[in-house]
Design a protein around this ligand. Structure first.
Ligand SMILES: [Zn+2]
Length: 130
């Protein structure tokens, strides 16, 4: 017996033969065509959610390079809360309760990207500051 979401996921992968599913990029992002932005048929290297994550995370790291950001408990709590929409959107879709769309995936990815980047910087900050 196979779970329905796995079956649909596998069928979506097998439909697309234009993607380069090599072993390294497969672990970074699923790259399902229906969940990936494309411009005139040219697909982004990662899905819409990951596009948001990488974009927001990168911009946050650039910003944090120039600004002093003290990683206090409220900031860490806020960063954790910023990951909830991504989790909720992805998990309800995984369970088959609803279907998300690429714009929603992108914006939850943007929010989650900032949250995850803050948490990573906070971990680094805690290690450096003792
Ligand atoms: Zn992705």
């Amino acid at each position: 017996m196979e779970l329905s979401f796995l079956k649909s996921w596998k069928s979506k992968i097998s439909v697309n033969n234009t993607f380069d599913y090599n072993i390294f990029t497969k672990f970074l992002c699923h790259r399902i065509p229906e969940r990936t932005f494309n411009i005139r048929g040219y697909y982004f290297p990662v899905c819409s959610r990951c596009t948001g994550f990488y974009l927001a995370g990168s911009l946050y790291f650039i910003l944090a390079y120039f600004l002093y950001i003290p990683y206090t408990i409220p900031i860490i709590i806020l960063a954790s809360l910023m990951l909830i929409p991504t989790f909720f959107d992805g998990f309800t879709q995984l369970l088959g309760l609803r279907e998300s769309n690429n714009v929603l995936r992108f914006f939850t990815g943007l929010m989650g990207g900032v949250g995850l980047a803050i948490l990573l910087k906070a971990i680094k900050w805690a290690i450096v500051m003792g």
